[in-house]
Design a protein. Sequence first.
Length: 71
Amino acid sequence: MSGDRVDRMRAAVLRMVFGVVAVDTVALTIWFMAGVGSRPEWRTPMVVVWLLATLAVVLPGLRAIRMARRG
């Protein structure tokens, strides 16, 4: 692997990791500040939104990593 390709892969992985950390930080802040854990009717919608937000970060991130790896 060339150095440039490794650098692009590393940058794509870091962007994805930072994106997931940001989504999780926001989700956990909402979870604890709004008391979602103690409100069963809010739990499932919150988890679904959290899952979709994480997918919105991870799927493009994985695509960017694949594209960087290919060339």
